[in-house]
Design a protein around this ligand. Sequence first.
Ligand code: IDP
Ligand code: MG
Length: 138
Amino acid sequence: MAIERTLVLVKPDGVRRGLSGEIVARFEARGLKLRGARLTKISKAQAQKHYAEHKARPFFGELVEFITSGPVLALALEGESAILAVRTMMGATNPVNAAPGTIRGDFALLMGENIIHGSDSKESAKHELAIFFPDGLI
Ligand code: IDP
Ligand code: MG
């Protein structure tokens, strides 16, 4: 049990579809606190840094293309076990496997358009928050 901070991105498909408000509302209703929010277009370099762990995967090029295809809403969220709480609310990576009631389970069907990103560990949260909120958080 620990208060954590984590990075969420509403991906370009989520922003395009007008789901940003719904997603923020779900996290706030759960009790997670907004510590940062920024609508931003990710550069190729930022995307490659953000997804560095997937560099060798065959879908890396597609992933970078997609995440840079339009604005994303970057959120810094804080709360008890925030990293796991957010991951659980997001649902499985492949939306076909995501449980109803999760964000992917309610709004997505395709792996490549799965609406949301959330940090998956303390290390990745630290790394990713520094990319999107280089000036720190409130
Ligand atoms: P996550 O977003 O649930 O943490 P990761 O394994 O970190 O899942 O993968 C990052 C993103 O890359 C996924 O959200 C998804 O959009 C995409 N992705 C993951 N695996 C595949 C794949 O096998 N084919 C195409 N895209 C994939
Ligand atoms: Mg991931």
